[in-house]
Design a protein around this ligand. Structure first.
Ligand SMILES: O=C(O)CCC(=O)C(=O)O
Length: 297
């Protein structure tokens, strides 16, 4: 199944202006119903440990029969395990749209994250993605959050504080998973930024929509209070193509991909999705078909 996403090719100057003003941009109904169905089918397979490529994702929180039933399940870099997720997370159209919105000359995949919020599961604390990026220079990221269900306020959809991408950046949050008050950290940051009454915007969109957000914006999600509605999504977290490992501490998972005495990000692990000069990591197309990361066929 091809993952051409032509709706993302048409971003206009007004979209860029909206993204710069609010810190996020909604593009509704980007994926076809077939894409959505195929991606949904990957979730139970992946969380059951069935990997197309035989390779584990980089992060895997939640195991059937072992983990708490009422927490949000999530998994990062499922593209290394599952080819359907790879076709989305390695999409050139997503990369080009991210470059248009940020003005970066090119875009790399940092990581993907699968979010599976089953009925009656707990919150994800509001946070800033860039707080996790100190291990890179520049420590920047943009996310494309792809919905696989119609999203509803009472079913724990993503919420943003519009304009909060201009507040100061805070350190990596504690209590990210299942906090009692998922807005507490954001409210504290608002107070420090001199904002009296920060109002979240709730993203209610059809399945197959893309919401791009700046790495600095405060976002997260309330519990899924619905008894019968799934809330599945995939975040594609991207960095500037020229990003390198920094000299600062941090990156306890992803710094394992740093070579000795070499700050560059290896395209084997941080592939370039789109660059203005036409470069795209050459193994991507073959890998999405066969699961083999090779340019020699
Ligand atoms: O889907 C969620 O609830 C959280 C998503 C998120 O934090 C992200 O994609 O950056």
């Amino acid at each position: 199944m091809s993952f051409d996403l032509p709706k993302l090719a048409n971003l206009q100057h007004a979209d860029v202006e909206r993204f710069e003003r609010d810190g996020f941009l909604i593009v509704e109904s980007v994926l076809s119903a077939e894409h959505v169905e195929a991606l949904r089918a990957s979730f139970p397979r992946l969380f059951a440990g069935k990997f197309d490529t035989g390779v584990y994702p980089d992060e895997w929180y939640w195991r059937e029969g072992m983990s708490l039933p009422d927490v949000t399940r999530h998994m990062a870099n499922a593209w290394k395990a599952d080819l359907m997720v790879a076709r989305l997370a390695l999409s050139a159209d997503v990369g080009r749209a991210a470059a248009t919105l940020t003005g970066w000359s090119g875009v790399r995949l940092g990581q993907d994250t699968l979010w599976w919020k089953a009925p009656k599961t707990k919150a994800v604390a509001l946070h800033q993605d860039s707080s996790f990026m100190d291990f890179l220079d520049p420590p920047r990221t943009i996310t494309c959050w792809v919905t696989l269900d119609d999203t509803h306020r009472d079913a724990g959809t993503l919420e943003y504080v519009a304009g909060s991408h201009r507040w100061p950046l805070t350190p990596i949050p504690e209590g990210f998973h299942a906090p009692d008050d998922h807005r507490a950290l954001m409210k504290n940051a608002a107070r420090l930024a001199g904002i009296a009454d920060p109002k979240p915007v709730f993203i209610e969109v059809p399945a197959g929509s893309c919401v791009f957000h700046a790495g600095e914006i405060w976002h997260g999600s309330a519990p899924n209070a619905a008894a019968d509605r799934m809330r599945r999504s995939i975040g594609i977290h991207m960095t500037p193509a020229e990003a390198q490992f920094s000299d600062r501490p941090g990156g306890y998972i992803y710094r394992r991909y740093q070579r000795t005495d070499d700050p560059s990000l290896d395209e084997s692990y941080f592939p370039i999705l789109w660059r203005g000069d036409g470069h795209r990591t050459p193994w991507i197309e073959g890998y999405c078909k066969t699961g083999k990361r090779s340019v020699r066929h």
